[in-house]
Design a protein around this ligand. Structure first.
Ligand code: XIL
Length: 349
């Protein structure tokens, strides 16, 4: 791990820094030498942005397409990087054929058991941490749990069962629940935090093999300031349950993409600084992954824009711009995790 962050001045950090990681796609790494360089320079951990989702791995019942995930795992292994497994159960990435089966035979656990056995059997040794269930929370639902295809097929205990199933096939991996919408001071996110904490408490009480949580942290400049009095107690409650916390999908959606680039980049960097000032004060936060490295590849380019946005402009919410040049937020992140002070560290390597 220290190799991947080599060259950073770690003497100023408050504690052994959390690891830095990024969501990546192996096809993009292979096609772009500058991206590969940035990955190797910055990352101790990689998350497959797409390639370990169910619809990517098994688009049809007998149709396994493990090439890209295998490639990513081999790349990580070659360079001594950890891999976060993303993700075993996510409604949105469940292939249509599996959804149809779950709807036809609700209660039949075999489809999940077979899938976990295959995927965890293949990547068990390579993946250190799994997002076992992604995005289980829905603040609108009476019990706070999203009415996913799994919830409908198995009832609310599907999460606990999935954790036990994962543990059976991956005895050494860290097992995690990953979700979004916990960051801001508004009624929906208050409810989402409360529902998530309730779920975590229930799982711990029932003895489910849950090791940690993933806080996605898709930040959004239109949602107002980040508040310590909101975020810090949320992190503390999770830590008090004995769970580790990883920030798993950090990026920033701009509000409108207007103004000069320097001003916009400052705003993004300040927002991330405010977030990390709070999050990294919590010792149970063990890692920080950004959802991509370069704006060029950011999923936010495909998100609906604020009506006043300049539709031709790129969102600038990741460490590197579209030309793979580091932006102020790059240094904000580097400094937060390792105490590195400025661009000289980057250019000297
Ligand atoms: C996104 C990818 O970035 C997109 O390329 C893909 O089309 C859809 O999924 N929360 C998650 C991630 O947990 O898996 C999502 O990734 C972004 C939101």
């Amino acid at each position: 791990m220290s190799d991947a962050r080599g060259g950073m001045d770690a003497t100023k950090s408050r504690r052994p820094g959390p690891y830095l990681g990024a969501a990546v796609r192996i096809d993009q790494i292979e096609a772009d030498a500058r991206l590969a360089e940035a990955v190797l320079r910055d990352c101790a951990s990689l998350t497959p942005e797409i390639d370990m989702k169910w619809d990517a791995l098994q688009p049809g019942p007998g149709d396994w397409r493990t090439g890209p995930a295998d490639g990513l795992v081999a790349f990580a292994r070659r360079h001594g990087l950890e891999v976060r497994g993303h993700t075993l159960l996510w409604d949105q990435s469940t292939p249509a054929w599996a959804k149809a089966r779950l709807e036809r035979a609700p209660g039949d656990w075999k489809i999940v058991a077979d899938y976990f056995q295959a995927v965890l059997g293949r990547y068990g040794d390579a993946v250190s941490e799994w997002d076992v269930v992604n995005e289980p929370i829905d603040s609108e639902a009476p019990d706070g749990l999203r009415a996913t295809v799994f919830q409908k097929a198995y009832g609310p205990t599907y999460i606990e069962r999935a954790l036990h199933e994962a543990r059976a096939h991956a005895p050494n991996a860290r097992l995690v629940l990953n979700d979004y919408g916990f960051d801001y001071d508004n009624p929906v996110e208050h409810q989402r935090r409360a529902a998530f904490l309730r779920l975590l408490e229930q799982l711990k009480t029932s003895g489910a093999p849950l090791d940690g949580v993933g806080v996605q942290a898709h930040l959004d400049l239109s949602k107002g300031p980040l508040k310590r009095e909101i975020l810090a107690p949320f992190f503390t409650r999770i830590a008090d349950l004995g769970l580790s916390i990883a920030i798993t999908e950090l990026d920033v959606k701009e509000d409108g993409r207007r103004g000069g680039v320097a001003e916009r980049d400052r705003k993004v960097a300040d927002h991330v600084q405010a977030y990390l000032d709070i999050a990294l004060d919590q010792p149970s936060v063990t890692g920080l992954t950004t959802w991509g490295l370069s704006d060029r590849h950011s999923w936010l380019q495909k998100q609906p824009l604020h009506p006043s946005a300049n539709p031709t402009g790129m969102n600038r919410g990741l460490p590197y711009d579209g030309a793979l040049e580091p932006k102020p937020v790059y240094w904000t992140i580097q400094q937060a995790v390792s105490g590195a002070k400025g661009p000289s560290t980057l250019t000297s390597r």
